[in-house]
Design a protein around this ligand. Sequence first.
Ligand code: FES
Length: 235
Amino acid sequence: MANDIDQSQITPQQYEILHGGGAEAAEIAKRRLSRRRFLRRSMLAVWGLSATSSVAGALCMLYPNLSSGTFGSIQPAGKKSDFKAALPHQFQLNQAGVYYIPVARTYIIHLAAHTNFLLSGTVLKEEQQSEWWIKDSDGSYWIALYQRRVHLGCTVPFRNDCNSFKCPCHGSHYNLDGEYLDGPAPRSLDRFQLSFNSDEVVVNTGILNYPSHPVAHPDATTRILAVPSVSCSAA
Ligand code: FES
């Protein structure tokens, strides 16, 4: 029993009693064991809280902050009229077709109703649904692209000179609808849910890539928009 007790905390009187045995020694040992259990449980609780907050911090780095009142929740992005629709070759950042919304960390894409697509019919409709395109009542199309690159997390502006998104970190390249073009990225850009509240555009930055899954590298059967005709340098 003496080995289970923290000897350094024992007063000389207690030491004598313990080594003498008897009921008094048993009572002291019992009290000290209870204190050791309490301390051990307290340390485990502190460790558990620390581990939980570390995991939560890591998740916040990887994914939108689902608990904040700003990014990670529903964000009004502006009036529909703030986002002029454009054909792909007309896109100019914050002027036509593509608009950056800092509070939502999102690019709003607004494609004109008479945009030409590589697919048609049911195939086009299904692919647009799976890539979270929203068709408006005037026939135009909306997409909310998450600004964060899907390779190693760099943030990349839309490049007017490339008519597309090009990441300066390792060169991943995405079409103006977020579809993968080339580079090391494992998939196309991620998307948020976009909806309308009357004439207001709303982005739900707490929901990523629903309703199906992240958009994979497109192929000839799934690519929606033609590859930009301009070349894009690394700079
Ligand atoms: S983080 Fe953008 S290509 Fe690697």
